[in-house]
Write a protein that binds this ligand. Structure first.
Ligand SMILES: [Zn+2]
Length: 276
């Protein structure tokens, strides 16, 4: 499943390609992906309009014009691939957005084999109250006082700190891999209750989250072409994993075997000696 770093890199790539261009057409090859696509509203908001900004909120890619915002979520297997032609060449192409004109035109093809993704359209005043956005926690990389935010938000949370960090209403973008890696880097046991961590421990966690996500984004920036499986669906960036998926292998810090436990149904990897 594409995570925050993949969506961030995709967003940057799309932004550099289409910012300032006009959306000239949208071709739909399905009426719905995970939800019905509001085709008329999407056309009204994008077609004939200049793309003023392409940005990311949580794992949503947003294309803003004077008329509103086009919203894309990749779900499990979605991807947005740039082509010179608007004609679909890959199976499972559901929507094609075309920008610019004539020889300079460029199309982004939304490809999604399993169809858990979403495409929608919002008028400018709708985003803050929309159900996909209104309860989201802050962006980890844009929040200066992330440690204070986490400390305050955790005071009544008896859930394991790992589940707390993965809750998008607390902070967005900390998926399973990034939660495991960040807690390893911070030296915090993922099973501890969120409310039992001190403010200085949340300081370690916050800087570990930022470092881990930045590293993945930096890796994505150089391996963007690999962000694609042969069927066009999105793959993971290859990131150096210090603890994730290393069950029973030696801890890279102390050499003792890495543990695996399920927390809230998700595989959790940690070193019981380095993470206390
Ligand atoms: Zn260790």
């Amino acid at each position: 499943m594409p995570e925050l770093p993949e969506v961030e890199c995709l967003t940057r790539s799309v932004a550099s390609a289409i910012s300032g261009l006009k959306c000239v057409d949208i071709d739909f090859y399905r009426d719905a992906i995970r939800d019905p696509i509001p085709k008329d509203k999407l056309r009204d908001i994008l077609v004939g309009q200049k793309i003023e900004r392409v940005y990311r909120r949580s794992k949503y890619l947003l294309m803003e014009t004077a008329a509103g915002i086009g919203v894309i979520h990749l779900g499990m297997t979605g991807n947005l691939l740039g082509f010179e032609s608007k004609d679909p060449t890959i199976k499972h192409t559901h929507v094609v957005f075309t920008f610019g004109k004539g020889r300079k035109s460029l199309s982004f093809h939304y490809v999604d084999p399993r169809r858990f993704g979403r495409i929608s359209a919002l008028f400018p005043d709708e985003i803050d109250e929309h159900e996909w956005f209104r309860d989201l926690g802050p962006e980890p990389l844009e929040t200066v006082r992330l440690s204070e935010h986490l400390f305050k938000a955790s005071r009544k949370k008896s859930s394991p700190v790992k589940s707390f960090l993965m809750d998008p209403n607390v902070v967005v973008g900390v998926g399973n891999i990034y939660a495991c890696e960040s807690l390893f880097l911070a030296g915090i046991n993922p099973l501890r209750k969120a409310l039992d961590l001190s403010q200085s421990e949340y300081g370690l966690v916050a800087s570990a989250i930022k470092k881990t996500l930045k590293k993945a984004i930096a890796a994505g920036g150089t391996t963007f072409r690999d962000f694609k499986n042969s069927d066009g669906s999105a793959g993971y960036f290859v990131v150096d994993l210090n603890v994730y998926d290393r069950s029973k292998k030696p801890c890279l810090k102390c050499g003792n075997p890495v543990n695996m436990e399920r927390i809230s149904g998700r595989s959790t990897f940690f070193c019981p000696f380095c993470q206390t």
